[in-house]
Design a protein around this ligand. Sequence first.
Ligand code: CQM
Ligand code: MG
Length: 356
Amino acid sequence: MRSPKDFFAPLAVGAPEPLRQIPVPPSRMIHFFDPSNEKMAAKVPDLAKKVDVLLGNLEDAVRADRKEAARNGLVAIAKATDFGKTQLWTRVNSLDSPWVLDDLITLVTEIGDKLDVIMVPKVEGAQDIHYVDRLLAQLEARAGLTKPLLVHAILETASGVVNVEEIAGASPRMQGISLGPADLAASRRMKTTRVGGGHPGYLVRTDPTGEDLNAGRTTYQQDLWHYTVARMVDACAANGILPYYGPFGDIRDVVACEDQFRNAFLLGCVGAWSLHPVQIDIAKKVFSPAPEDVAWARRVIAAMGDGTGAVMIDGKMQDDASVKQCRVVAELADALAADDPELAAAYDAATKEASA
Ligand SMILES: CC(C)(COP(=O)(O)OP(=O)(O)OC[C@H]1O[C@@H](n2cnc3c(N)ncnc32)[C@H](O)[C@@H]1OP(=O)(O)O)[C@@H](O)C(=O)NCCC(=O)NCCSC(=O)C[C@](C)(O)C(=O)O
Ligand SMILES: [Mg+2]
């Protein structure tokens, strides 16, 4: 580990200075596309107008014989497209694959100035981040980049979960972490066969009411991902980086997708992945605070003055800690509304109604 004194020193001569604060532009949805798929690629300029993050995926879901086409496709798309304020990310192949070295060399050299974040799959521990960190510094220096690339890890191995705190703090490049439920399930030898979401067999049952053990017993499906998401959120918050729920593979089930995303939002995640255009609006809705919550938060902040003491609002006690929660909601709402007049109007209308 580097000493705290040189944690923010560049890892190669001529590489840009690492950032001291991770930027937090909206990233409610990280929209995945395969740059080798012509139909998806054609949609990129339009998608760039409606998503917070576009991610050119080079890893799983891209066939082995399309890896080079995906890499070259991403270079061509990045050079040809004006992304406006939308961030461009990539997911490179895993560090044990034969493609990742060429992914990093080509992307940083060709489009390093257009990329914001490099997502690294199957991270096992801080050593994986250190490897990428040094390599990126060398490539940035050679390409003459002035802005450091940030790194996002996918939490999708049992070792990664065990080491999640050290991964989150492994480099000043660390921007965030996403849950990768499919690979994580395989790595843990879970007996699910899905990409994220729940499972009807994972449940609790109320006690028996009589002799018949089957009669009158309600079951409640439980969240398979609660432990991992909560642990990831703490690791990220403690290191000043951002947690995300990952993919929800049942594209048709927009209802359960919204539930899974909302659980993550309530636990502290800032966004989720959209794998299909239908999931973009779900993520936008869920990861933008609801207008009535924003109105309430603004009301509490106004009533609490300098933020100390205790007051009663609608029968509920508010104090220093509740106003801090309200600030989280209100500040997120303000940041999102700054670039979204429709959202700004919805927040202002709800605030007006609540104070009427
Ligand atoms: C699910 C699939 C096969 C259904 O694709 P489809 O063509 O069968 O669906 P469709 O409903 O017929 O598509 C309608 C239209 O939307 C287009 N379209 C469809 N999807 C997209 C998209 N993402 N971006 C842009 N356009 C898209 C599609 O090309 C089509 O265009 P058309 O109207 O011109 O014919 C397709 O949506 C897809 O390949 N999505 C991306 C999958 C992906 O990236 N998977 C990897 C991330 S999850 C993961 O890796 C796990 C993890 C974290 O690692 C771990 O848990 O371990
Ligand atoms: Mg995976």
